[in-house]
Design a protein around this ligand. Structure first.
Ligand code: PDD
Length: 285
């Protein structure tokens, strides 16, 4: 039985209970994080915690813990669950109030829930063992505050399920101007003529920690030109390579979007180099 953390207690998952009056349950009013950890080493712990603080601040929820206390909590959960490769999932809501009212109630105690789940090991990258992603595409119909890692994920879930219904593993999203935003649970990069591009940070995308680390590594340790700029639907389809990035996927090569192959439909060489560099330097950022 997995051990989870709920409101100051480490308990078996089947003993974890929250009130149905919790505003996370009633309004989806909360912030979450997914932090990868391989053999006890976290990737991007500080940027994940920074994003958690920013999200809570934007909802006016006081952060329940200091940096040190969050770190201790994550480490203890990993130790108690005794698995080598896990992600720590953290979920903070405003807490419960006896009355359902849209206005933020005063003085609620935030609910803090955290658990671990197993994630695949990230072996030395090679094209034969890598998962080649086939994805769907759709117009991005989520809200205009995608920079907040909100627990209200219905828009993302519906886009993700669209991909699943089409036999794919993700859905890449485009705004009303036909510009790439992100995917339903990942950021997106494209490569054309050795230039690596990704959309700039704004309210249309989550500021992904994997995106942030990958950009830093590429700028410091590679000779590729990097551009953060608007990318059209046409540019995505005509790219030499397309990648997804997330904490659980690291860098994942996309070979097909809807019925269109990306380039020759094979995993690209620049993906291999980028994932190789990421594997080498990921703990340093
Ligand atoms: N998803 N964009 C969206 C919409 C996401 O949900 C995620 C992550 C990302 C990548 O962010 P990061 O590199 O910080 O993981 C981008 C997580 C893994 C999830 O919801 O499970």
């Amino acid at each position: 039985m997995n051990t989870v953390y709920l409101n100051n207690q480490f308990i078996p998952s089947n003993e974890a209970k929250i009130s149905p009056m919790d505003r996370g349950f009633l309004f989806g009013e909360g912030i979450y994080e997914v932090i990868p950890c391989y053999e006890g080493k976290f990737i991007g712990l500080q940027p994940h915690l920074d994003r958690l603080y920013n999200g809570l601040k934007s909802l006016g929820i006081p952060s329940p813990f200091s940096n040190d206390k969050w770190t201790e909590l994550c480490q203890k959960l990993v130790t108690l669950n005794n698995e080598a490769n896990v992600a720590v999932y953290i979920h903070v809501t405003r807490g419960s109030s006896p009355i359902r009212n849209h206005a933020y109630p005063k003085d609620t105690i935030p609910t803090v829930f955290a658990f671990t789940f197993e994630i695949p090991t990230q072996p030395v990258p090679d094209k034969h063992s890598a998962t080649a992603y086939k994805v769907s595409s759709q117009q991005d119909l989520r809200w205009k505050r995608c920079q907040i890692k909100s627990t209200s994920l219905l828009g993302n879930v519906m886009h993700f399920q669209h991909g699943i219904n089409e036999g794919n593993k993700e859905t890449i999203l485009f705004n009303e101007l036909d510009q790439l935003t992100e995917a339903s649970s990942s950021n997106v990069f494209i490569v054309k003529h050795n230039i690596i591009m990704t959309p700039p940070l704004d309210n249309q995308i989550l500021p992904g920690v994997t995106r942030h680390i990958l950009l830093a590594i590429l700028k410091e340790h590679s000779k590729f030109t990097i551009e953060e700029r608007a990318i059209s639907y046409k540019e995505v389809l005509n790219a030499d390579e397309v990648w997804l990035t997330s904490s659980t996927k690291e860098i994942a090569p996309v070979v097909k979007i809807d019925n269109d192959m990306i380039s020759s439909g094979e995993i690209g060489d620049i993906w291999l180099e980028a994932q190789r560099l990421f594997s080498q330097y990921k703990y340093q950022y």
